[in-house]
Write a protein that binds this ligand. Structure first.
Ligand code: ADP
Ligand code: MG
Length: 701
């Protein structure tokens, strides 16, 4: 149970006066929230990025080219829009002895403005200056105040990262309420360490971070911000170590194969294993033969050939008389793996079956019976594998593909299955920069596939503005005449699936017109069987172009697809672009990736597309992504599956991570059940940062 004292922080923001569903939606664009709901704690962790200093008063003749300023001025003439042109703005002239400025209001209520700005009176006005043909103006000033009101206003105001449609006044008010309702929390950090770092308490740090007294104080390097970052990193490390402590405690089993099945499979492969596939295979084999439980990560860029490594590990489990499970995040991928493993495993007589949400009734019962009887060697499936009634006769090895798509929770559920403690191999294509690996895996053992299968050709990557889309379609026509197949991925326009879908449907309709009956559409809302049919037609070549939302991102393998078009690529993260591009360049034909972008491009977007053109090295791309976007943003994306850090920014607070790790391991060494007074306080920390899954592990002992 969450400590009572934290309850107010987990209330919905709609419990704040003046915040309704509409404002909550706007907040949801700023902060992660939970299941679409924003809680007070989410705003609490939304920290200012700067300040407005209203003491910085300017004469009109000295106004800067841009930025927030405060002036003291006399109100002059009002110029409402002419009656027949109500769309024009309402303007009010103001002046001091050095010059003039106009205040601009769109869709104004004249009464309101006349009350706010009586002609001839002095007002303190603050807002963003703009220049229009050498004339200074300010549209919708933040504040228009009389002398008395101005005296009562805070001289310094924090500036928060904002989203369109949200007013800073509404956010400021909500923030005030959040801070008032933040309870005093017990100290969970070591007091000697706090003293040494000169860090304030959590409550003091929060207060300082939300009310910076200088521009520097709003930056992430202050003592207060470091303390908060450290809190978050410690919660992360502690949770990881608890999970790991629990996993290791379960002792493993020895899975020693005869090598028979492996040999048969390898002999029948249509290619030769790469050096790193062979090497990773040996590392896995060695772990499996140990009495301790294997917990190993197999990391390899898209197309590196992880599947066959998994198959060989599974074959070893089967040689040792056990069964294996292969878990994947999507139905499409499950079916693809079934096809691959059945084909490659045929030489060894492996019995492979599939279990997804779609196997129901009789068919499902039959699979479950065979599984319990041991007549299925390898079961491939999606989340359906977690269900309670899925029981293996003798589960020896679990492989989780594209593991970043699964939560810690699901991984644990799989392991808890029937009290068995199978060896665990997790595979990921997400290239994780070194700094981040620690936050996600703690000290898991890692095998890396560093080589790509030899015959892979580099992908020719080109970036073009959307305005040249007709040229791209013409290019497609020529390639299609030579039998080439293409993916066309539509943009992630909004968080909403509906909008994405509309974009994909429009593109599908347009391409279908250009290439009748050759284009397919696939998206997340389709039924499983419909998706399969489209995928199958694309694989078989009856369809030449596959238009999709990002559902094809993960793991799909169609070697004949040699063109990847990514529309509005500027909206995708670098790592995501890299994953998408990894879908082509798998066959023997020369492949290309066309990155279509919307003009004008910002600097960061330009830099990103440039990197895509320069390199296909997933690690370098991940490092650059981190550099360009900052860890927070990269980690925040759903796709990355990485922890979302809200207070820590690894490019700034990176050195604190190692300290947090050492601290966490010391804590668990001394107080493995978190039962001491500090342990009690640390439970607050884990709940505050929503690492409660880890606490349940504690409770379970
Ligand atoms: P990923 O690591 O992205 O899961 P896959 O396992 O899907 O990659 O493999 C990508 C492609 O490379 C598949 O078509 C597979 O048949 C092929 N492949 C795997 N290993 C080799 C190899 N050693 N030589 C040639 N092709 C290989
Ligand atoms: Mg794969």
């Amino acid at each position: 149970m969450r400590p009572h004292v934290l309850t107010p922080l987990f209330a919905s923001v709609t419990s704040i006066k003046g915040v309704g569903d509409k404002v909550e939606k706007l907040f949801a664009r700023l902060v992660p929230g939970k299941a679409g709901h924003v809680r007070l704690v989410d705003l609490l962790f939304h920290l200012p990025s700067g300040i407005i200093d209203r003491r910085d008063r300017r004469r009109i003749s000295e106004l800067p080219p841009s930025g927030i300023v405060t002036i003291e001025a006399v109100v002059g003439k009002h110029k409402p829009p002419p009656r027949n042109q109500p769309r024009l703005p309402y303007r009010v002239e103001v002046h001091d002895d050095t010059g003039r400025l106009s205040l601009v209001y769109f869709k104004a209520f004249p009464d309101h403005i006349q009350r706010l700005l009586p002609e001839g009176e002095t007002r303190y006005i603050s807002g963003a200056v703009e220049w229009f043909r050498d004339e200074a103006q300010m549209s919708h000033p933040d504040h228009v105040l009389s002398a008395e009101e101005f005296a009562r206003m805070p001289a310094l105001e924090p500036v928060y990262p904002m989203t369109a449609g949200l007013s800073s006044k509404v956010l400021a008010k909500a923030m005030l309420a959040v801070r008032e309702r933040t309870p005093p929390l017990p100290e969970w950090q070591d007091s000697a360490w706090l003293r040494q770092q000169h860090w304030p308490s959590f409550n003091a740090a929060i207060a300082e971070a939300h009310a910076p007294q200088s521009p520097e104080a709003a930056q992430p390097a202050t003592a207060a911000r470091q303390r908060l970052a450290f809190d978050e990193l410690l919660a992360n490390q502690l949770a990881l170590m608890l999970v790991r402590q629990r996993m290791k405690r379960a002792s493993g089993r020895m899975l020693r194969g005869t090598g028979d099945l492996r040999r048969k499979i390898i002999d029948a492969l249509p290619y030769k294993l790469t050096g790193s596939q062979a090497h990773a295979g040996e590392e896995i084999l060695r772990d499996m033969a140990q009495p301790q439980r294997m917990i190993r990560l197999l990391q390899g860029d898209v197309g590196a050939g992880k599947t066959v490594v998994a198959l060989l590990a599974l074959a070893t489990a089967v040689e040792a008389g056990a069964q294996g499970a292969l878990m994947v995040p999507t139905e499409i991928l499950a079916r693809q793996h079934l096809a691959t493993l059945t084909k490659l495993g045929a030489a060894a007589g492996l019995r492979v079956a599939l279990l997804t949400g779609r196997e129901k009734g009789r068919a499902r019962d039959e699979i479950l019976d065979a599984l319990a009887a041991g007549t299925i060697d390898i079961l491939i499936g999606t989340h359906a594998l977690f269900q309670d009634d899925v029981g293996f006769q003798n589960l020896g090895l679990v492989v989780i593909d594209e593991q970043h798509r699964f939560g810690v929770h699901q991984r644990l559920a799989m392991q808890a299955k029937a009290g068995q403690t199978p060896d665990l191999l997790v595979m990921t294509a997400t290239p994780i920069p070194r700094t981040l690996a620690l936050t996600v895996y703690g000290d898991m053992d890692v095998s890396r596939l560093t080589e790509k299968p030899a015959r892979r050709l580099p992908v020719d990557t080109r970036a073009m503005p959307l305005s040249r889309i007709d040229d791209v379609v013409e290019g497609l026509r020529r390639s299609m005449e030579q039998g080439v197949r293409a993916y066309w991925v539509c943009p992630l326009v909004e968080e909403s699936e509906k909008v994405d879908l509309a974009a994909a449907e429009d593109r599908f309709a347009a391409l279908e017109k250009a290439f009748p009956r050759r284009v397919g559409l696939i998206h997340g809302r389709m039924k499983g069987a419909e998706k399969d049919a489209v995928m199958a037609a694309f694989k078989a070549g009856t369809l030449s172009i596959l238009v999709s939302t990002t559902v094809i991102e993960v793991g799909v393998d169609v070697p004949e697809a040699a063109i990847m078009v990514i529309e509005n690529a500027e909206r995708f993260g670098l790592s995501q672009l890299h994953q998408l591009r990894g879908r082509v360049g798998r066959g023997s034909a020369k492949s290309s990736c066309v990155i279509l972008y919307q003009e004008p491009l910002g600097e960061t977007a330009k830099a990103r597309l440039q990197i895509m053109r320069e390199t296909e090295d997933g690690f370098r791309i991940a490092e650059e992504d981190l550099r360009l976007r900052g860890a927070g943003e990269m980690l925040g994306t759903q796709q990355s599956g990485m922890p979302v850090f809200r207070l820590a920014n690894l490019s700034i607070h990176g050195e604190l991570l190692a300290a947090a790790r050492d601290d966490a391991s010391l804590i668990l060494e001394r107080d493995p059940a978190l039962a001491s007074p500090r342990g009690e306080a640390l439970r607050h920390l884990l709940y505050l940062f929503e690492r409660d899954e880890a606490i349940h592990l504690l409770a379970a002992g």
